[in-house]
Design a protein around this ligand. Structure first.
Ligand code: C2E
Ligand code: MG
Ligand code: MG
Length: 493
């Protein structure tokens, strides 16, 4: 089976960029660049901005604490002339300073890796060489492994299982090892019991405080998440969700359709973009009623459009998440909504993502075929950001590939992204599929895409997603809406 990772494929072809450029995924439920593009790993699981701030603060505090403790010990050991230990302490101070700098810049992932990696080694070295247990004074430094393991779990909770569980378990394993045996190498550097008596108290208090801090952050996150979940559940019933429509433009500038994009009109927070609640909806299963509402609303809109000659030929693209599509009665549900509104199924286009091809592909293909038989169209959204099996791609009854906006953004400046755009267009031509580019913001990007054979576009160059009244106005005079008003989104939404 041939798996296609367009970004790495193009990078290998052109050999002009780094050998591995991290993908720029941005779908809900997946990593999405956060403020400053940095805290991707923290936002990956729908973590809130509050969580991001708390984590950043925690890392900054941890770094400062490390610098203070290490500086204190450096002074202490320099008075005793134990220069090897002073060097270790100074290295810890430098580590603390570096991770503080990184967390201030918002680079929380690297700050966490640096801080935790160094602390793992440093705590181990102190346990083995300095904090050698005696009959009178037990070892205490290894207690830090417990609080650091909890920290690691919190910091990497949005990462792959290896990092999420592996790092925390490594810290806990180190705790078990040092708590269960002497595990010491006696050298002249071993601290005398008089020093260790006081140090034991300090270490135990600090380890307990760190653990308390982590528990506090975890509890605050759970509470915030539960509150948001309750609010979202109520919002679906309270009609606080609203669809905005982003025009899709054909080669001669005419509107050929639109994409329906959901927003949450929150009574206090204003218009909340989907990136802030769809991940939670996916995690909690709320995506099913939410998606059903979107489908009903989109089909109702298609019905209204069908009676106006200006809009009767428009197609409406609806994002359907994997969980929705996996429902055993997914086909029947869509069929029922189409019947209820009596609309032409060919006007509805379902947007799926490559993630649908990772498991249960046969079921996906069967359902797509069944809906296709009704006349419903399919577009593969964010194409190029995931892994696609060419073998499956060929078997999917798709109508369209959608070039992801992360490639369109730098299509004029990054040869890799230009290569990917070209690849998607030629793949579309080979497979007999139309190609649309999303995230088109400049005339230069549009002209480049037209030059490589992509003749359908969606993006701020033409219009942002619009409330229905503004979309209707745009349909009446498309030229007048450029540059269009924001549709209540926040920057970066
Ligand atoms: P998507 O389906 O890839 O939608 C395109 C996103 O790109 C939209 O963000 C749109 O506002 C934004 N966009 C469009 N043109 C431009 C541009 O020129 N520049 C830039 N920077 N961005 C542009 P939005 O509305 O925040 O939606 C984000 C994602 O949320 C969507 O990505 C989609 O995956 C998801 N989503 C939205 N509505 C629904 C829904 O009803 N159901 C599900 N399951 N997911 C939805
Ligand atoms: Mg989409
Ligand atoms: Mg997309």
């Amino acid at each position: 089976m041939v798996f296609l990772r367009l970004r790495s494929l193009a990078t290998t072809w052109w050999q002009t960029g780094p050998l591995f450029a991290p993908p720029v995924p941005h779908r809900p439920g997946q990593a999405r660049p956060g403020p400053g593009g940095a805290p991707v790993f923290l936002l990956a699981h729908g973590a809130s901005a509050k969580h991001w701030r708390r984590t950043r603060l925690m890392l900054a505090l941890g770094s400062v604490l490390l610098m203070l403790i290490a500086s204190g010990w450096a002074v202490f050991f320099s008075l005793k002339g134990l220069w090897a230990i002073v060097a270790l302490d100074l290295a810890m101070v430098a580590t603390g300073a570096a991770s503080l700098g990184m967390s201030r810049q918002g680079n929380l992932r690297n700050a966490s890796l640096l801080l935790l990696g160094n602390l793992f080694v440093a705590v181990g070295a102190i346990c083995v060489f300095l904090d050698v247990p005696s009959a009178q004074v037990p070892r205490a430094t290894h207690h830090f492994y417990l609080s650091l393991g909890a920290c690691a779990y919190l910091l990497f909770r949005g990462e792959r299982a290896l990092l999420r569980h592996g790092v925390a378990l490594l810290f806990f394993a180190a705790f078990v090892v040092f708590a269960s045996g002497e595990m010491a190498i006696v050298t002249p550097y071993a601290l005398p019991d008089e020093v260790r008596t006081g140090g034991t108290w300090v270490n135990n208090i600090l380890a307990a405080l760190t653990l308390y801090l982590v528990l506090h952050v975890m509890q605050a996150d759970v509470a915030a998440r539960n509150a948001l979940e309750d609010e979202l559940r109520a919002a679906i019933d309270a009609q606080q969700l609203v669809l905005h429509y982003q025009p899709q433009i054909g080669s001669d500038g005419q509107v050929i359709g639109a994409e329906a994009l959901v927003r949450w009109q929150h009574p206090q927070r204003g218009m909340v973009p989907p990136g802030e609640f769809i991940p939670l909806a996916e995690q909690t299963g709320l995506i099913v009623p939410l998606g059903a509402w979107v489908m009903r609303e989109a089909c109702a809109q298609l019905m209204r459009w069908s009676s106006d000659p200006r809009t009767a030929a428009l197609t409406l693209a609806v994002n359907v998440s994997a969980q929705q599509f996996r429902l055993p009665d997914a086909v029947a549900r869509v069929g029922a909504v189409l019947d209820h509104h009596g609309i032409d199924p060919r006007r509805l286009k379902i947007e799926l993502t490559e993630s649908m091809l990772h498991s249960d592909v046969e079921d996906t293909i069967d359902k797509m075929k069944a809906l296709k038989a009704l006349g419903v169209g399919f577009s593969l959204d964010d194409f190029g950001t995931g892994y696609s099996s060419l073998a499956y791609l060929k078997r999917l009854p798709l109508d369209q590939l959608k070039i992801d906006q992360s490639f369109v953004r730098d299509v004029l400046t990054d040869p890799n992204d230009a290569a990917i755009a070209r690849t998607v267009v030629s793949l579309g031509q080979t497979l007999g599929l139309s190609v649309i580019a999303e995230g088109v913001e400049t005339e230069g990007q549009r002209a480049f895409l037209a030059g490589i054979g992509c003749h359908a576009y969606q993006g701020y160059l033409f219009s942002r997603p619009l409330p229905i009244e503004a979309f209707d106005a745009f349909m009446r005079c498309p030229g007048e809406s450029a540059p269009p008003a924001r549709s209540g989104e926040r920057p970066g939404a």
